[in-house]
Design a protein around this ligand. Structure first.
Ligand SMILES: [Zn+2]
Length: 354
């Protein structure tokens, strides 16, 4: 997955898309680099080596098969992507691109999400976290978007239903951006409950309004929670407790998947969630998974571009999965202030200085 590395200095397939994107980028007036780069994964791995989380073990993934990808993407889309193996090309005017190793990397990302689900459903792990890239939640049945080629979480959900005897799958997407691809794929599917908290339009990709609730048999199984830019821990946790908890109670999932982006952290300039916020959300999902589906809970990495909040965010989730009690957000520094208040208590008595 480190081999996916679009470099805009490299020659891309000539064509209208190349011309259009080069003109968009030259209009920026600043040098542009592909933000979804391999160091995202190496930074996470590095932090987990420096500060291991007791109880966490590593397993390798594997490439998804065409059959597994074909459960959520059309055959013509897969043909198109597979043709780009070994090449550099732009896929979408939103600057989604591939390098020579990208198609292999995307197959492994989707297959690793499947492997993470298998580890949990087969009982080899209590929970799992697929550390993958390219991310997936913007990829639609027929279109690559937002740095996503294959919709990893959707491929994993479809596999759980088709091959692992999971009848109902709940997907929670807490990436700062709306998971338009996942919404599209399961729009009319009553067996996948998709719940997405995100920064409201016009923020990218512009979808995810309250009224987008699914259609046909899937009417009511698409739940959007659009939020303002400065929403933080309190808003996220309120949404978890007042929307996701009753949604899971009603839906009775056999598996809970989490499209996990760390771009809601304030370092990524999209929202205001803290590490304790991510930990507390993980704690609620863990309780839901225990209550409804034998603890089956699988995280799949989506976005997050600041390498510090990305790696620290992953670690804060893993600590809760491995058994730590999630801290109450907003309490950092409170014990220190109480101690300082005790220390200074005697200072403000008697007459003020002359
Ligand atoms: Zn995102």
């Amino acid at each position: 997955m480190l081999a996916h590395e679009p470099d805009i200095e490299a020659p891309f397939l000539p064509g209208r898309m190349d011309k259009r994107i080069r003109s968009l980028l030259s209009g920026l007036g600043v040098p542009w680099k592909y933000p979804e780069h391999p160091a995202r994964l190496t930074a996470i791995r590095h932090l987990l080596e420096l500060e291991p989380v007791p109880g966490v073990t590593f397993e390798s993934g594997k490439a998804a098969t065409r059959e597994q990808l074909g459960r959520v993407h059309t055959s013509s889309y897969l043909d198109h992507i597979f043709e780009l193996r070994g090449q550099s090309a732009w896929l979408d005017v939103d600057t989604t691109a591939v390098s020579p190793g990208s198609v292999d990397a995307a197959e492994v990302a989707a297959g690793t999400a499947i492997a993470a689900v298998e580890a949990v459903v087969e009982g080899r792990a209590a929970s799992s976290f697929a550390l993958v890239r390219p991310p997936g939640h913007h990829a639609e049945p027929v279109r690559a978007r937002g740095f996503c080629l294959f919709n990893n979480v959707a491929v994993a959900a479809a596999h759980a239903r088709a091959a692992l005897d999971c009848r109902r799958v709940m997907i929670v997407d807490w990436d700062a951006h709306h998971g338009n691809g996942t919404q599209d794929i399961f729009w009319a599917d009553p067996h996948v409950l998709f719940c997405d908290l995100h920064r409201a339009a016009p923020f990218y990709p512009g979808t995810g309004s309250l009224e987008e609730i699914g259609m046909g048999l899937g009417d009511g199984t698409n739940v959007n929670i659009p939020l303002p830019a400065d929403a933080g821990d309190a808003a996220y946790l309120k949404a978890f407790r007042e929307i996701l908890v009753p949604a899971a109670e009603w839906f009775q999932p056999d598996l809970i998947l989490v499209s996990t982006g760390f771009d809601p952290h304030s370092h990524d300039l999209a929202m205001e969630v803290s590490y304790d916020g991510f930990a507390a959300m993980t704690g609620i999902l863990k309780t839901l998974a225990r209550r409804h589906c034998q603890g089956r809970l699988v995280f799949v990495l989506e976005g997050g571009y600041n390498l510090i909040s990305l790696s620290r965010g992953v670690r804060s989730v893993l600590r809760v999965l491995a058994g730590d009690e999630p801290p109450e957000p907003g309490q950092r520094g409170i014990a220190e202030v109480e101690a300082a208040a005790d220390f200074h208590r005697g200072a403000f008595v008697g007459p003020p200085p002359d």
